[in-house]
Design a protein around this ligand. Structure first.
Ligand code: ADP
Length: 499
């Protein structure tokens, strides 16, 4: 045990596969990443080639360990974290995938979801899984594959396996081909009952999915086997499977009920530790697993902003107002405020807490003096307003506001955005030293599973705050701005109503 000094996370994302090497203290040593192609066979459809996912993941693992110049013997454990909901089916005998993976973004099963909702399944799905019926989750994607490939009979005989990315990687990277998934990933299928912590017969019947094809659900931190010897030449336990947002919640050390993190990427994902009791949100959030440790579930509330950093990409690529995402900060800082301008970037509708898919982007409050800097600033601020809406929804569900917001993701590098976020929510924004919180979370969970830490508190020693943004805005001004944002959202919703 003495020479075990490192943890490795495999972070299988939507556009790239990465591997990150950490010390047991949570310091990042190095990382390697490989992008892979996206496939769009029809408008709104998105697929990944399973062979690409596997080869880029293996390549990045080897590259990261090589770059770190460590002896693989010193790796205590490996954790796997992944893009969620993406759906695979493969032959149990040969391991060969029977179709490309259907990616979480894929909308091909939206009509199927409309049918389920029309049949009255919405409330059952919500009560049992904590989710809102949507094509995003794996269940309808799997039904589509069973129908399209005519696989039900074979699936019933146990000849076909279903899995999300974690299962697929575990099957291929772990000796003995375990067919497993963890509770955080299972919770994104729309088939997993959060109360019983098992696949749900009624939901399986709803989609005619044979139980025989489903993976065994394991804890989020649990040794599921050893890495294939041919990969790094040594026996390393694979000790955690965890969905990416759940890993980030763990990597941000959100171990107490009410602890909350927001990841500012293309979209924003806010998750709050909601404790050990299952509760449904009254404010448009979904309930999901935070993690399951020693058989004990911890739940989370989750909300997302569709257009987070993507709003900044839009400024850059469509409006040509900035040439790089980072430039948005300097341009926005050129004016003291937006001069009353609000941008509601509802380009694809609004998610929680509004849930209106027909809303579209709206720019209000312009005067003859409005310039580029005001609009760039309004775009940045819109990310903070939307995130604040989620934060406030979580506070309403919990009855108390969280004491701080922990942040990560590409756009969390923007100081102006982070300061405005703190001002708007009236709580400190905490930015940790390691912004790779997803990878860190998976690594720490794996470390926990193999006994590198005795409890969560010890695990949390791997989380350090690098920057704190304290709120400074006067209350009256804060309320005025929030009021202005609400009016802007109302304008966008009103425009959609007139459709
Ligand atoms: P993802 O994991 O979704 O690809 P990242 O965490 O890599 O996203 O973050 C990239 C996103 O953050 C992009 O949408 C980009 O526009 C935005 N972004 C990156 N840097 C900045 C910045 N300094 N200011 C504002 N937005 C930024």
């Amino acid at each position: 045990m003495m020479n075990k000094r490192y943890l490795v996370a495999l972070d299988q994302g939507t556009t790239s596969s990465r591997a990150v090497v950490f010390t047991l203290e949570g310091h990042m040593i190095c990382q390697a990443a490989q992008e892979f192609p996206q496939h769009y066979p029809h408008p709104g459809w998105v697929e990944h080639d399973p062979a690409d996912i596997l080869s880029t993941q293996i390549e990045s693992l080897r590259a990261a360990v090589r770059k770190a110049e460590i002896d693989p013997e010193e790796i205590a454990a490996i954790g796997i974290t992944n893009q969620r909901e993406t759906t695979f089916v493969w032959d149990r005998e040969t391991g060969a995938c029977l179709h490309n993976a259907i990616v979480w973004q894929c909308r091909r099963t939206a009509p199927l979801v409309d049918t389920l909702v029309a049949q009255g399944y919405g409330p059952v799905i919500r009560e049992k899984t904590g989710l809102v019926a949507d094509a995003y989750f794996s269940g309808t994607k799997l039904k589509w594959l069973l129908d399209e490939l005519n696989l039900r009979e074979r699936a019933r005989k146990g000849e076909v396996c279903f899995g999300t990315v974690d299962s697929f990687l575990a099957w291929h990277l772990v000796e003995g081909h375990p067919h497993v998934t963890d509770a955080t990933n299972a919770g994104r299928t729309m088939l997993f009952n959060l109360h019983t912590q098992d696949w749900d017969d009624e939901l399986l019947a709803m989609l005619d999915i044979p139980r025989e094809m489903l993976p065994k659900v394991v804890d989020t931190a649990q040794v599921i086997g050893f890495l294939r010897q041919d990969l790094l030449g040594v026996k390393i336990p694979v000790a955690s499977l965890v969905g990416d947002q759940h890993a980030a919640l763990f990597g941000q050390a959100c171990f107490a009920q009410g602890d909350v993190k927001n990841t500012y990427g293309t979209g924003c994902f806010m998750l709050m530790n909601a404790g050990e009791e299952f509760r449904l949100s009254k404010n448009g959030l979904i309930t999901t697993m935070a993690w399951r440790l020693n058989g004990k579930p911890t739940y989370a509330f989750e909300g997302s902003v569709f257009m987070g950093g993507a709003t900044i990409q839009w400024l850059r690529d469509e409006m040509h107002m900035i040439s790089t995402a980072a430039e948005s900060e300097a341009v926005a800082a050129g004016v003291a405020d937006t001069g009353g301008v609000y941008l509601v970037p509802a380009f694809t509708g609004l998610g929680a807490p509004y849930w209106n898919m027909y809303t579209r982007g709206t720019l209000v409050g312009m005067t003859r003096g409005t310039g580029r800097a005001h609009i760039v600033r309004a775009a940045l601020e819109s990310i903070a307003y939307q995130s604040r809406d989620l934060f406030a929804a979580m506070a309403r569900d919990c009855g108390t506001s969280s004491a701080a917001l922990r942040v990560d993701g590409g756009a969390s590098a923007n100081q102006l955005l982070m300061q405005f976020q703190a001002d708007l929510m009236n709580v400190p924004v905490l930015r940790p030293a390691v912004l790779e919180t997803t990878a860190l979370g998976a690594a720490l969970l794996a470390g926990l599973a193999v006994g590198m830490y005795s409890d969560l508190k010890e695990t949390a020693a791997g989380w350090h705050v690098a920057d704190t943004f304290e709120p400074h805005m006067e209350e009256a001004l804060r309320q005025e701005k929030i009021h202005g944002w609400r009016r802007a959202v109302d304008a966008a919703l009103h425009w959609a109503e007139e459709r």
